[in-house]
Design a protein around this ligand. Structure first.
Ligand code: GTP
Ligand code: MG
Length: 216
C-alpha cells in the first residue's frame, strides 16, 4: 500500500511539472512576468499583491491576478475593489493550487492585455512547495505574527522559492518577535544565497525591494 502511494505521488508531481512547463511557455509567448505568492494563512499575501499592483500600475504596467482560495471570493473582491482585474480560483478541498488549475484560468484570461500576473496561492506553508505553477518567480510570504520559528519548521517551501518576504514588521514588537531571528534562520537555511525582504503592506515598507527582486 505504501509503495502504491509513493508511485501515485510521483506521477502526479511529474504531470504537474509538465503542465507547469506549458503554462510557462504560454506566459512567455505573451511576455508576461509571473509570480506565485505562496505563504501562510493571513501572512498578508492579498494585502501585498494589492499594494504591489498599485505601484506597478503607476509604472504603466497592466496587472492581473489569480486569487486562489479553498472557497469563496473574499480575496478576489478585495483586489477588484482596489482596481485590479482578477480571476477567482477555488480549489474545493485542495490545500494548494496546481498547474492544471492555473492552465484552465490562463485560457479564461485575455493574456494580450497583461504585463504582470500575480497568482495568490492557498494559505499553506507545506503543500504549495511541491506544485510549481509555471511562473517566473516563486515567493513565500510569512509574517511576524506567526512567531519566530516558521523557517525552522518549514524548510521545504523556503528551499523551493526564489526569495522570501517577512511581512507585518510594523507590529513585530507588539507580538514579541525579533525579525532578526527569522532573518538569521533564513540565512542559515539558504546559505545566504537568497534574500528575505522585510515588509509592511500596511505601512508600504519594502514594496520597491520586492518589485526589484521580481525583475520589474
Ligand atoms: N499590521 C499589519 N497588518 C497587515 C499587514 N499585511 C496584512 N495585514 C493584515 O493581516 C490580515 C491578513 O492579511 P491578508 O492580506 O488577507 O493575508 P493573506 O495572506 O492574503 O491571507 P489568506 O489569503 O487568508 O491566506 C488582514 O487583516 C490585513 O489587513 C501588515 O503589513 N501589517
Ligand atoms: Mg489572501
Amino acid at each position: 500500500m505504501h509503495n502504491i502511494t509513493v508511485g501515485m505521488e510521483f506521477d502526479i508531481l511529474k504531470e504537474n511539472n509538465n503542465i507547469a512547463n506549458e503554462n510557462y511557455e504560454m506566459l512567455k509567448e505573451h511576455d508576461i512576468v509571473s509570480v506565485d505568492f505562496m505563504g501562510s494563512i493571513g501572512a498578508g499575501k492579498t494585502a501585498l499583491i494589492i499594494k504591489l499592483a498599485e505601484k506597478l500600475r503607476e509604472k504603466g504596467l497592466r496587472v492581473h491576478a489569480i486569487a486562489g482560495d479553498v472557497t469563496g471570493a473574499d480575496d478576489m473582491n478585495r483586489m477588484v475593489a482596489s482596481g485590479m482585474t482578477v480571476t477567482n480560483c477555488n480549489t474545493g478541498k485542495e490545500c494548494h493550487l496546481d498547474a492544471n488549475m492555473i492552465h484552465k484560468c490562463l485560457h479564461e484570461i485575455d493574456l494580450s492585455q497583461v504585463d504582470v500576473l500575480f497568482i495568490e496561492n492557498v494559505g499553506n506553508l507545506v503543500c504549495p512547495a511541491d506544485f510549481p505553477l509555471g511562473t517566473d518567480v516563486r515567493v513565500v510570504v510569512i509574517s511576524t505574527t506567526e512567531g519566530d520559528d516558521m523557517v525552522r519548521k518549514h524548510h521545504d517551501i523556503f528551499i523551493h522559492s526564489d526569495f522570501a518576504v517577512l511581512n507585518k514588521i510594523d507590529i513585530a514588537d507588539a507580538v514579541g518577535v525579533d525579525p532578526n531571528v527569522i532573518l538569521n534562520d533564513y540565512k542559515k537555511l539558504t546559505g545566504n544565497r537568497k534574500v528575505m525582504i522585510e515588509t509592511s503592506a500596511r505601512k508600504e515598507i519594502g514594496l520597491a525591494e520586492i518589485i526589484e527582486e521580481m525583475g520589474l
